[in-house]
Design a protein around this ligand. Structure first.
Ligand SMILES: [Zn+2]
Length: 84
């Protein structure tokens, strides 16, 4: 009699969900989902999320790093956070 492998042991599966309690990183240490503390930006699927500041705050240039780097892969940005 063989026992079936329990469900929920598929590594990488949980990376499909945004987690706020801890960051997810690739094997290389690049942030996938979470908050980059060095740049102070949110990251989803390795890309920087836009900030929620009103556009009036960007009249004289980007209001923050999120506005500067929105849509870019966070690992390509100098000074980004790493898990190692
Ligand atoms: Zn902003």
């Amino acid at each position: 009699m063989r026992r079936q492998t329990p469900l929920g042991e598929n590594p990488g599966k949980e990376e499909q969900h945004m987690r706020y309690s801890s960051n997810n990183y690739t094997a290389k240490g690049d942030l996938v989902n979470g908050f980059d503390y060095k740049l102070q930006v949110w990251v989803a699927d390795e890309m920087v999320m836009p900030c929620g500041h009103p556009e009036t705050m960007r009249a004289d240039g980007p209001c923050c790093n999120a506005a500067t780097y929105a849509g870019r892969v966070v690992a390509t940005i100098p000074g980004h956070d790493e898990d190692n």
